[in-house]
Design a protein around this ligand. Structure first.
Ligand SMILES: [Zn+2]
Length: 126
């Protein structure tokens, strides 16, 4: 996995997280899909067991970020309004989601948006 440095991070607690990488790619992540893609052990386990990662979000309920902190220099730790706070989103993982999405979706207007504002569960392999 190629490593990319992060130049800038914007956290809009009610709307999105946007990350600017050193090679010019700006990755924008809407909150609902970002929450549902949470990479922590608990959420991974839920996905493996086909349990909802966040039932309220999957049903279209509101989600916002209550706190955001840098995790060292390698990622972003997010606390969510549904009470979940164990997810740390590594830059490499966020970049990988972005790159995978670009391969699938060649529409330049859409390829930098990770999911729609609310679009239900995400499958990493989509
Ligand atoms: Zn999680």
């Amino acid at each position: 996995m190629a490593r990319h440095d992060v130049l800038n991070i914007e956290v809009d607690r009610a709307s999105h997280v946007e990350i600017e990488f050193e090679d010019g790619v700006i990755a924008r992540f809407e909150l609902a899909p970002l929450r549902l893609a949470c990479p922590c052990a608990e959420c991974n386990s839920r996905r493996q067991k086909d349990e909802p990662v966040s039932k309220s979000v999957m049903e279209g309920g509101p989600i916002s970020i209550t706190n955001a902190e840098l995790a060292g220099n390698w990622g972003l730790s997010l606390d969510w309004s549904d009470g979940h706070s164990t997810g740390i989103y590594a830059w490499t993982v966020l970049r990988q989601w972005m790159d995978e999405r670009e391969e699938v979706n060649n529409d330049p207007a859409k390829r930098k948006v990770f999911g729609k504002p609310v679009d239900g569960p995400i499958r990493r392999s989509d």
